[in-house]
Design a protein around this ligand. Structure first.
Ligand code: SF4
Ligand code: SF4
Length: 380
């Protein structure tokens, strides 16, 4: 870096701040899942059951998280209820004072298991929604009968007077169903619906050509969400995240790298974001070898892109560098080849125009769901 051309910002202390305590922990308890969603953001190389952390290690991680200042733990995967110890883990997380959010497909969770989870202290349920009917749900998730099971699960949660959030990841296969998904969320009794356009990591990146929506469809959903928000005030809260590929500026990713949250993979690697393993040169510490506090304070992977000192131009001198912290490192790597580049969703990125071309080209190809690759463990 040429310091004469890109002078160092004066406030070095601000550029590399000491980390504040994290607020959230994404605990990916397992990569096992009955569904095979084409948009899944799990890595292509899934952690096997034999590599998963055991019960006692997860309990230690939850205790350390609470001591570190974490408020929310998201019990996720894969399908977290595929673990036999899910109730025990939930109970422990609640006992050490964490707010527990179970992120589930709802498939294979019995009413008795649901009761046990609530009794153990589960605070909130977030249910994935792949479509508004059986056909689209099956096409997206590669699982027959999924929609009916999800509906039954949603109704069982609400019948217990429990807060339910539905999470619908939107892409070309289901974008036409956004109004129907909103109606279903109301019919199921959910209090909140997240309409989140696909982030292209893992299986979603592999299937991007089948998933990329057209610009006009995205614009239409913005209007649909806005009018539904107005109509459903007091009944349903709708959060919406729209796609990066048609954006002007990137999103603040995970509250900033190593700033607010951390993820732990089923095998125990601690990551600054759940897709960070795609940045292969980073050194990830494992919770098997280090405490969460050590990892948060000193792990090389967390230090790599913390603050703004690592930035190159155009981010380095940009007035928005403390707003979005250069966007997503994983997207910068996937689309520009260098994780230290500005996220190409940014208009100031040299790759931004190319990003728009990719989106337009892929969205205009004839959708062929049969060409999508369903998520699954690699055959060995
Ligand atoms: S996105 Fe689908 S396949 Fe991936 S973990 Fe969630 S429910 Fe399972
Ligand atoms: S140049 Fe970098 S910091 Fe500025 S808006 Fe773009 S991505 Fe954000």
């Amino acid at each position: 870096m040429n310091e004469a051309v890109f002078p160092k910002p004066a406030a070095e202390a601000v550029e590399r701040p000491a980390p504040q305590p994290p607020l959230g922990l994404l605990a990916e308890l397992t990569h096992r899942c009955p569904l095979r969603c084409t948009y899944c953001s799990n890595p292509l190389e899934l952690d096997t059951r034999s590599s998963e952390l055991d019960t006692e290690t997860w309990k230690r991680v939850f205790t350390e998280a609470a001591e570190l200042g974490v408020i929310h733990v998201h019990l996720s995967g894969g399908e977290p209820t595929a673990r036999k110890d899910i109730v025990e883990l939930t109970r422990h997380a609640a006992e050490v004072g964490l707010y527990t959010n179970l992120i589930t497909s709802g498939i294979g969770v019995s009413e008795a298991q649901l009761d046990a989870l609530f009794e153990a202290g589960c605070d909130h349920i977030q249910l994935s929604m792949q479509g508004a009917d059986a056909g689209v749900t099956e096409q997206v998730a590669g699982y027959k009968g999924g929609f009916e099971k999800k509906e039954a699960f949603a109704r069982a949660v609400v019948a217990r007077d429990f807060p339910l959030t539905l999470n619908a990841v939107i892409h070309r296969m289901n974008i036409h169903q956004v109004p129907d998904m909103i109606d279903k969320a109301v019919a199921f009794g959910a209090k909140r619906l997240e309409i989140a356009h696909t982030q292209y990591y893992g299986w979603a990146l592999k299937n991007r050509a089948q998933l990329m929506p057209a610009r006009e469809d995205v614009d239409r959903t913005i209007g649909e969400v806005e009018s539904a928000r107005e109509r459903l005030k007091g009944t349903l809260v709708i959060d919406a995240v729209f796609p990066d590929y048609y954006a002007k500026y990137p999103k603040l990713c995970n509250g900033g790298w190593g700033a607010r949250t951390l993820s732990v993979t089923p095998a125990g690697k601690a990551l600054p974001c759940h897709a960070a393993e795609t940045i292969e040169h980073l050194e990830f510490w494992s919770v098997r070898d280090h405490s969460l506090a050590e990892i948060w304070a000193s792990s090389p992977a967390f230090e790599a892109y913390r603050g703004t000192a690592w930035m190159k131009e155009p981010c380095r001198s940009c007035e928005r560098r403390h707003v979005d912290y250069g966007g997503c490192r994983c997207q910068a790597l996937a689309l520009t080849g260098d994780p230290a580049n500005a996220d190409p969703a940014c208009v100031k990125s040299d790759f931004h125009e190319r990003l728009g071309e990719i989106a337009t080209t892929e969205a205009s190809t004839v959708a062929d769901p049969g060409a999508a690759t369903y998520r699954g463990f690699r055959k060995r």
